[in-house]
Write a protein of this length. Structure first.
Length: 161
């Protein structure tokens, strides 16, 4: 019950003011171009901004991979967006493979999308509705945050039905 109230409070506090995600297109580490509408979920999409050099990001990604397995299918999609600079790009694909990321990873090397979405720290997670509205912003990653993220996904999944 304690976690429910903490989670609900975080959802209410972190809910943004109707900001939306537009249909962006970015390159993958393997050179393919993907647009948001091609890979978004039918109900929700979780977008994770991260970098290979970011310790909290490195800690959060295995938890996000676990969560993505819980939501295998197309209702809830996960998208990783690396903000590594062009100098670090050669590290992104080996990193993705080493941590077992099983969802699309895109590159925002000039951090243009990051700025457009008012993301100022990493890791930052955006939970986005099927219509593109940002429902929740979660900055940083600490013990217990995976449960908070899971609870938010469940809350908005049920709200969307």
């Amino acid at each position: 019950m304690k976690y429910f109230f903490i989670t609900l409070t975080l959802i209410l506090v972190l809910k943004t003011q109707a900001q939306e995600v537009y249909n962006f297109e970015l390159e993958t580490p393997s050179g393919e171009h993907l647009s948001f509408t091609e890979i978004q979920g039918t109900q929700l999409t979780l977008i994770d901004f991260w970098a290979t050099w970011c310790k909290p990001c490195v800690n959060s990604i295995p938890k996000l991979v676990e969560l993505s397995k819980l939501y295998a299918g197309n209702e809830v999609a996960f998208i990783g967006i690396s903000i590594d600079s062009p100098r670090n790009l050669s590290k992104v694909l080996p990193f993705v493979q080493s941590v077992g990321i099983n969802y699309p990873v895109l590159l925002d090397t000039n951090q243009e999308l990051m700025r457009e979405l008012n993301v100022s720290v990493i890791p930052t997670l955006l939970l986005v509705s099927a219509s593109g509205q940002i429902l929740m912003v979660h900055e940083g990653f600490a013990p217990g945050d995976a449960q908070v993220i899971h609870d938010a996904i469940e809350h908005y999944r049920h709200e969307a039905k």
